[in-house]
Write a protein that binds this ligand. Structure first.
Ligand SMILES: O=C(O)CCC(=O)C(=O)O
Ligand SMILES: [Fe+2]
Length: 360
């Protein structure tokens, strides 16, 4: 482990890194991840300019060039055929940001994008989130997923697997992409739930209750795990306070922003009161079958989701079946805020929240 007072250094820029083929690495070396002894500074505050603001509302750059675009469920999930993420024009990148904001998650198949191109694409959407367990020290923003048959099936409470990525950060992720290049013969699907639909279907009274609340999100269990395994703890703080309802800056829609993985407690309530509200909201996610999509991966599929308006849950049913490998690139967006004027689908028009816009 690095000494506790090691100087934090900013992760280096990937442009200078050597080309690396992760699929080949996974095939030849197995679990190839490294855990560099590097400390990172706190993620600095920044102003987020969402590329979705530059999008064409019709997203013609995608519709006019794809072979096929179709929705997987009414509430969430769209699949695009005939477009390579490795060759998007700037307009297509911006239109994709809007489509992902509106549909929650967008899927692509047979993608040739490599990890270096994915890092470049991710930077279009915001600063990248540095992670633990990387392919090499000069690829600090590449979150690797690797599981094979040597790994023991864990007892896992799937209800608690629902999460939005790294919500313990002050700036939480917006557009996030995951490519899987190796998949087991069956199993390993991933579920996404629409946070927008979760908010919309709360009663107006409950919407007002949750709109007035903030929650503590914590990644302390990841820190504890790093300490247990003797790895460097990258930063000092893994806790943030966020509103329970956040507004998407481009669509103006509100989304429920809690999940069992990282949301710990509601500010100002005692633990019993907080548990009562949070458990009820977690059940709202778990039982929302009609506002979830379940994706069956193929080799070289890519999922692109907006972590501001979705909650996801990987299904670990494939231990003993085969290897599953890929990488995730996570672009940070604005600090979560509850806007003053927001759109609700149920009413189909602008509604003014009673609370002032205190999170901006
Ligand atoms: O394994 C998966 O399908 C998703 C894992 C996950 O939660 C992520 O990459 O953010
Ligand atoms: Fe995740």
């Amino acid at each position: 482990m690095a000494p506790p007072n090691a100087e934090p250094v900013m992760p280096v820029v990937e442009a200078e890194s050597k080309k690396i083929d992760l699929k080949q690495l996974a095939r030849e070396k197995g679990r190839y991840l490294v855990y560099p002894e590097t400390k990172y500074p706190e993620i600095e505050e920044f102003e987020h300019h969402d590329p979705g603001h530059r999008a064409d509302p019709k997203k013609a750059s995608l519709y006019d060039n794809a072979e096929k675009i179709f929705d997987l469920t009414p509430a969430i999930g769209t699949e695009i055929h005939g477009i390579q993420l490795s060759r998007l024009t700037d307009q297509q990148k911006d239109d994709l940001a809007l489509m992902v904001a509106e549909r929650g998650v967008v899927f692509f198949r047979k993608q040739d994008i490599d990890v270096h191109q994915a890092v470049d694409l991710g930077k279009h959407y915001g600063p990248l989130h540095p992670t633990f367990g990387v392919p090499s020290p000069d690829l600090p923003f590449v979150h690797v997923l690797y599981y094979d048959t040597s790994m023991k099936k864990r007892d896992f409470d799937y209800r608690r697997g629902w999460h939005t990525d790294v919500s313990y950060e002050k700036h939480t992720p917006g557009l996030t992409m995951l490519k899987l290049d190796t998949i087991p013969s069956c199993g390993g699907d991933t579920l996404w739930c629409s946070g927008t639909a979760l908010y919309d279907r709360l009663s107006p009274q409950m919407q007002r209750v949750v709109e007035g609340l903030e929650a503590v999100h914590s990644g302390q269990d990841q820190v504890d795990e790093a300490i247990r395994l003797g790895r460097t703890v990258r930063r000092d703080s893994y806790t943030a306070v966020h509103p329970l309802v956040r507004t998407h800056p481009v669509t103006g829609r509100n989304a429920l922003f809690v999940q069992p993985r990282y949301t710990r407690s509601i500010v100002g309530l005692d633990q019993d009161e907080s548990d009562c509200i949070l458990n009820s909201l977690f059940n709202h996610i778990i039982s929302g079958y009609d506002i979830q999509v379940r994706f069956k991966w193929e080799e070289d599929s890519v999922a692109v989701w907006d972590n501001r308006v979705t909650i996801h849950n990987p299904i670990f049913d494939y231990f003993g079946v085969g290897k599953r490998h890929g990488f995730r690139i996570t672009s940070l967006a604005e600090r979560p805020f509850l806007g003053k004027h927001t759109k609700t689908k149920s009413k189909g028009k602008l509604r003014e929240n009673e609370d002032p816009c205190k999170f901006n």
